[in-house]
Each structure stands twice: as C-alpha cells, then as structure tokens.
Write a protein that binds this ligand. Structure first.
Ligand code: UTP
Length: 301
C-alpha cells in the first residue's frame, strides 16, 4: 500500500466572509492565540507523518510562503538574546528545506479546481487534503487518525462530524453505511442538501485522504453549486469505482473562515493552554458576569 506522504493546503480562496480583515491579509495568517491559522493545520499534517506540504495559493498570499521560510536575522537575534525557548519553538514548526511547494490557482474557480492545480506536485500517489480555515482541537490529531484508517483500508477517507439536523443544509453531508475497521462505508455525499433531504447529520469537516484518480475527474469536472468546480461532485464520480470510508472525528472543529468560528477558536485554544488557562478563564467569567450591565448600556444608546 502506498504511504500518504504529501498534503495539499488550498489557500487561494478570497475570504469574503471575513472582510475587512482579509482585504490585505490572508485569512490563513490571522492568529489564533499566538500562531497563524495555517500553522495549526500544517502541524496537524506533520503529526500524521506528512513529509511534503503543498500550498495552492493566489494573489496576496505570499506572506504564507514567507511564514514557512527561515528568518535568518530573527533566529540570530533570538539566539544572541538567549531566547532559546522561542527559537526552539520556531524551529520545531519550520519545514525542512525542500519540504514545501507552492503553486498558484490564478483564478479562484472553486475548491475542486484548487485541488486539481496540485496534480503535478502530488503525482500518482494518495494525498491528504486539509482545508486550512478549519482547525481542530483534540489530544490526537484528526489527520493522524485518518491515516491509521487509510492504512487499514487503502481507500479514500473523509472525516465527518455531527451537526444539528436543521443545520445540515449548510454543509457537505455523507450517507452512513456499515461500520468497517475504525470507520464506516460512505453511501452518499451531498453538497448543501435542501432542508429535510440530508442523508444523515454527518458533515464533512475539511479533512480528506484521496487517491490520485481524483485529478483525472477534476480535469473534466464542470461547474456545480455556486458556479464553482466542486470537490464533492468529483468525489461522487470517484465513488463509482473506488470505496470511500468515513472517519467520525469526535474532537472540536472551528471554522476560522467566519468571524464567529475564529473568536470561538481563540477562546478554546487559550483555555486549552496550561500557561493561559487560569487567567483567560477568570477574564471570561468576569466578562460574562458583567454582561447584563453592558446589555443595559446598549439598550440606552
Ligand atoms: P471557502 O469557500 O471556505 O473559502 O473554501 P473562501 O472562498 O475563501 O471563503 P469565503 O466564502 O469567500 O469567505 C474552502 C477552502 O477552499 C479554498 C479556500 O481558501 C478554503 O481554504 N479555496 C476555495 C481555494 O483555494 N480556491 C477556491 O477557488 C475556493
């Protein structure tokens, strides 16, 4: 069985839900506590054993490439000032030379098109796909668990989580078949089903392991929902010839592409940090206790 060695990170979206913050700064570089969102996702891929990180970028995204480069002057200055912990932390996050590749989508025609842009960099092998605006929190990373399921099945894997049934129309939803290994067979996939028609309440949370045959399908994939080339449409075609398994992730997922999800992620990751937990929890408790007077102030305006 071929190992999953490469991961694709599509970072060419315009981030319109997060304007004006994303007018000049890519949403992937907004910080959750003290790390850019993209670093969380790359760390998750590295924990899963990924050796090569492929970024599909667009205009105004060059700062992402700079972030993963060595900053020689900064590293020297930290060393001279004896800030060894900070230097070691930066070095741990740093991909080794030759471990990153960047290609441009040129025109944001949709997620399916962004993935297709990575075809030559991936080549003829299975690959991980991580949507960088979704970040996750659990003791063991979502992608690491997915790679374990891949090693049992050798197939395509999609991570899913439960949503409230009335929220299903907002997501890509899968149909649940028989349990197999540490996952289950996927019987259907629907992008944003009409209310009341979803095959389950299991939504696709932005983590995939895909076989390279998806690229041939994407090459001819026509525009779908929203006038974009949709990955889900291509996966549905691939499912006719290859099995898809679902991995039920039970950790927390935050949609950092929306201001609400981003704020939630900042609170959750600050509370998760042993060095910050007590202070942040205290501040939140105090703010919640003060909330009523704030509401009164607002209603007086
Ligand atoms: P989203 O639809 O969440 O991202 O795409 P977006 O288009 O940036 O968001 P809004 O709706 O305008 O706020 C999911 C992922 O696919 C990437 C995005 O960068 C994001 O990581 N994507 C989407 C591309 O790389 N290219 C595209 O053409 C579309």
């Amino acid at each position: 069985m071929r190992k999953v060695r490469k991961a694709v990170f599509p970072v060419a979206g315009l981030g319109t839900r997060f304007l004006p913050a994303t007018k000049a700064i890519p949403k992937e570089m907004l910080t959750v506590v003290d790390k850019p969102v993209i670093q969380y996702v790359v760390d998750e891929a590295r924990e899963a054993g990924i050796e090569h990180f492929i970024f599909v970028t667009g205009r105004n995204k060059t700062v992402i490439e700079d972030h993963f480069d060595v900053q020689v002057e900064l590293y020297d200055t930290l060393a001279q000032r004896g800030k060894d912990d900070q230097l070691a932390r930066l070095q741990r996050m740093q991909p080794a030379p030759g471990q990153t590749s960047f290609t441009r989508q040129q025109v944001p025609l949709g997620l399916g098109h962004a993935v297709w842009c990575a075809r030559d960099l991936v080549g003829n092998e299975p690959f991980a796909l991580l949507l960088p605006d979704m970040i996750m929190q659990s003791e063991v990373g979502c992608m690491k668990e997915m790679v374990e399921l891949y090693e049992q099945t050798g197939s395509n894997i999609i991570a899913v989580q439960e949503c409230a049934p009335e929220e299903a129309h907002k997501y890509g939803i899968v149909g649940r078949g028989e349990d197999r290994h540490s996952g289950f067979q996927i019987t259907d996939m629907v992008e944003k089903p009409k209310p009341g028609t979803a095959p389950s309440n299991l939504f696709i949370n932005g983590r995939y392991i895909l076989q390279p045959e998806i690229f041939d399908i994407l090459q001819h994939q026509e525009k779908g929902a929203g006038g974009e080339i949709q990955l889900t449409d291509a996966m549905l075609k691939l499912r006719k010839s290859q099995p898809f398994y679902g991995y039920h992730y039970t950790g927390r997922t935050f949609d950092c592409g929306s201001p609400e999800g981003f704020v939630e992620a900042n609170v959750a990751f600050a509370l998760w940090r042993p060095d910050m937990h007590a202070q942040v929890a205290h501040v939140i408790e105090r703010m919640v206790a003060d909330l009523k007077p704030v509401e009164r102030r607002r209603s007086r305006r």
